[in-house]
Ligand binder design. Structure first.
Ligand code: AMP
Length: 192
């Protein structure tokens, strides 16, 4: 099972990704997580992307694609993977197509969680309160910027996958269980 999961920041991607990955036994490949780890480790790449992340902007398409290519080459991704947060731009779709071609693989589905901005903002306020705002990119102004970036750059990504017939649009406003059950239904339909 090779999947892409995307949706606006605060849509619950991370939570649903964990469930899908344990259900199907595939690794969760989150470019955001890998980038935050790089920043925390102080690696050369981490230093290069620190400010971009803090501003809520996107790192370069090549940087993101390289992280993905290295990660899916690891043995635990042989039978599949879930990409979370990638591809985010049309150029990243092209780079992902090339990665998959080189690996003689294809995507089974692209799942988009649909959640309106106001709902995600409410969830974010809850998350900021719970974690004492530990994630500096969770500040409200940064969040709004990330939402705007998502609108401008990432929505067109869905159009490409819709045209290819692999897009599953999921209503992400329900409870965690409700949303997961919609995702499972959509994936079972696509793989059977
Ligand atoms: P996320 O956890 O997916 O919301 O990502 C957090 C941050 O990492 C984003 O706001 C971007 O700065 C960066 N990032 C994650 N994935 C990508 C990507 N595919 N392309 C560019 N930047 C990314």
């Amino acid at each position: 099972m090779r999947l892409v999961l995307f949706g606006p920041p605060g849509a619950g991607k991370g939570t649903q990704a964990e469930r899908i990955c344990s259900g199907w036994g595939i690794p969760h490949v989150s470019t955001g997580e890998m980038l935050r780890e790089a920043v925390a480790s102080g690696s050369e790449m981490g230093q290069a992307v620190k400010e971009v992340l803090e501003r809520g902007h996107l790192v370069s398409d090549e940087q993101a694609a390289q992280l993905v290519e290295e990660r899916v080459a690891r043995p635990d991704a042989t039978n599949g993977f879930l990409l979370d947060g990638f591809p985010r731009t049309r150029e990243q779709i092209r780079l992902l197509d090339r990665i998959l071609e080189r690996r003689r693989e294809h995507l089974d589905a692209v799942v988009r969680l649909d959640v309106p901005a106001e709902v995600t903002l409410e969830r974010l306020r809850g998350r900021a309160a719970e974690t004492n705002g530990q994630r500096s990119d969770d500040k409200e102004a940064v969040f709004r910027e990330r939402f705007a970036v998502y609108r401008a750059q990432t929505k067109p990504v869905a159009e490409v996958y819709r045209a290819r017939g692999v897009l599953a649009e999921i209503d992400g406003t329900g409870s965690i269980d409700e949303v997961f059950s919609l995702i499972r239904q959509a994936l079972e339909e696509r793989v059977s």
